[in-house]
Design a protein. Structure first.
Length: 559
């Protein structure tokens, strides 16, 4: 038996192990930096994709097994879009790329990478399914010409489909729309790949949801599904399902266990079986859980991010989102009309600032600190390494809360001494969040009000997610106080979501902007706004790094 080797494709984006670009192989798991470098090289260029299939024919003659291999090649050309750095990062951080072994992950969000495909779209998304079916059909059931339909739909190049090659047992109502595969066209509508529900079926079908001709030969053009809009309309249900599953500790209950049945989970969490089962099914559909005939289990992501003790647990932020942000967002309409925060409407009281709201009860304070800690822990490495900070000997993290960033800084810069400065209510509560381990370098905590009290001496003042809480007037007070104690050459490091000047950032950033509206007197600001604020207080050489993570970083120095 022989199988010909196919020409190495220009680009292979395989599962999560190997990436090759122009035959140069990066033999390590694809991390975000690699993915970024690789995608930047594809940017705006056309590449050839050669896909092939080998079909093995087996027959037995005189008790000898004979095999014969037929193989086929097909070339498809893919032109990648010329994307901004921001969009590339958005794509990489969407969690969608690189999930198709041997192919480009260009479905769904991956569609934004691609300007055009010349040839068969299905060749580019992993196994060349369409090509394979065509060749199988040619070999075993040569189709009469009218059986092959040549279909074209929006931005996706035409695809030959095999509508009439089924074994007759299946009916076309088995086509299900695959939402994740939708791609926005310029009108904001979506073209949708259809996948065949092959349960109980021996045949394979592939195709796209396209207007089919009816029996009179008249094209019945069904309205396009505005999938993006439908997804957004579903968004609040999806968020709430995640929040409630977290609150009921479903992910905690499933951690380190084999699959569990709905009835067992319902018993564990003290909830109804019918309600629990629906919630579990919704979580499985959202990709948060795996569902098999044996029951439900956590996905790897659920273990890492959704359990309360996961390595990068977002549990604290999810509970804060459910208990605090959800009631605030319910009043978004009033916030937009009035242009101000809505704490009084959501919680029935009007405090001077949002921190008085958070710290009036131990429970709310603990919840808020856990929320801050989860995001700080997830972003700390990118914030700490965005610039080389090794020249600084001491740093003071103003409003440093639980010390998550401080701990990362002392790991990366062993000669750096970091003091976390925050309100007394916070500092009194930090012990719960300290990392365990004897070899942890010490971080010092100091309490005070940065608008009134003496600031600790330091070479570098850090303000992570602090300035966005305040209006310009308060920021001027804070920056002038820092400037007064900052010696020449010392600096300020800001960690914030930085808006671009046209305010056309990815949606996470702009939704965060609404988040600030409903709960603070502050706002997210652009790089030039931060530069302007800093320069007014004698800070120059303002450098901005977009990390692609949830926080960007700005460094400046005092003259
Ligand atoms: C949005 S949180 C950010 C926490 C942390 N820097 C981070 O990025 O996760 C703002 C922090 O500023 C602190 N803060 C607010 N007002 C303060 C004040 N007047 N003096 C000191 N800290 C203050 C809060 O207690 C809180 O920990």
């Amino acid at each position: 038996m022989h199988v010909k080797h196919l020409r190495t494709p220009d680009v292979v984006i395989g599962a999560d192990t190997i990436v090759s670009v122009d035959e140069q192989i990066l033999e390590k798991p694809v991390d975000k930096q690699d993915a970024y470098r690789m995608l930047s090289r594809l940017n705006g260029k056309e590449h050839s994709v050669f896909t092939g299939v080998a079909i093995v024919h087996c027959s037995s003659k005189d008790n000898q097994l004979e095999t014969e291999v037929t193989d086929f090649y097909e070339e498809t050309k893919v032109k990648f879009s010329d994307l901004s750095e921001e969009l590339l990062w958005e794509y990489i951080h969407s969690g969608e790329p690189m999930d198709k072994a041997g192919g480009y992950g260009i479905q769904a969000l991956g569609g934004m990478l691609v300007e055009y495909v010349h040839g068969d779209f299905l060749n580019v998304v992993g196994f060349p399914l369409n090509h394979f079916c065509k060749k199988l059909a040619e070999l075993y059931y040569p189709p009469s010409k009218h059986n092959v339909q040549h279909k074209k739909y929006d931005s996706i190049p035409s695809v030959d489909t095999f509508e009439n090659l089924s074994d007759g047992e299946n009916d076309s109502s088995n086509f299900t729309e695959h939402k994740g595969a939708s791609k926005l066209d310029s009108s904001g509508m979506c073209s949708s790949e259809a996948i065949y529900n092959s349960e109980n079926s021996s045949s394979v079908r592939t195709g796209f949801m396209v207007p089919l001709e009816n029996q009179n030969g008249v094209s019945e053009s069904a309205p396009k599904l505005p999938s993006k809009i439908l997804d957004l309309m579903d968004g609040f249900r999806a968020s709430k399902a995640l929040f409630v599953a977290s609150k009921l500790k479903i992910f905690d209950n499933l951690k380190d266990k084999g699959p569990l049945k709905a009835v067992d989970i319902a018993n564990e969490i003290g909830a109804s079986v019918c309600g629990t089962e629906r919630l579990l099914d919704a979580c499985a559909a959202l990709g948060l859980l795996e569902k098999t005939p044996q029951g439900y289990s956590n996905t790897d992501s659920a273990n890492a991010y959704l359990t309360s003790d996961g390595e990068y647990s977002l549990h604290g932020y999810i509970i804060h989102s459910n208990d605090h942000l959800w009631p605030l967002f319910t009043n978004l309409e009033s916030a937009v009309k009035e242009g101000s925060r809505q704490n009084h409407r959501a919680f029935g009281k009007k405090a001077d600032d949002l921190f008085k709201d958070y710290y009036h009860s131990q429970e709310v304070k603990q919840r808020f600190m856990a929320a801050m800690h989860s995001i700080a822990h997830l972003t700390a490495r990118d914030v700490a390494t965005a610039f080389d900070l090794s020249r600084f000997k001491s740093a003071c993290d103003l409003g440093g809360c639980t010390g998550a960033l401080a701990h990362e800084l002392v790991q990366i810069y062993p000669n750096l001494k970091v003091t976390v400065f925050d309100l007394p209510e916070v500092i009194a509560n930090t012990s719960y969040f300290q990392p365990s381990g004897q070899h942890m370098a010490p971080v010092t905590f100091a309490s005070g009000d940065f608008f009134k009290d003496n600031l600790p001496e330091a070479d570098l003042y850090i303000l992570s997610r602090v300035l966005h809480d305040w209006p310009d007037e308060k920021i001027h007070v804070l920056l002038s106080r820092i400037s007064a104690v900052c010696k020449p050459g010392c600096g300020i490091l800001l960690a914030e979501m930085v808006l671009d000047d046209e305010k056309k950032n990815r949606s996470t950033v702009l939704l965060q902007s609404l988040n600030m509206l409903v709960q603070t007197e502050g706002k997210e600001r652009s790089g030039s706004e931060y530069r302007g604020l800093l320069e007014q207080h004698g800070f120059t050489n303002v450098k901005i790094r977009l990390t692609g993570n949830l926080l960007d970083v700005i460094l400046c120095a005092k003259i």
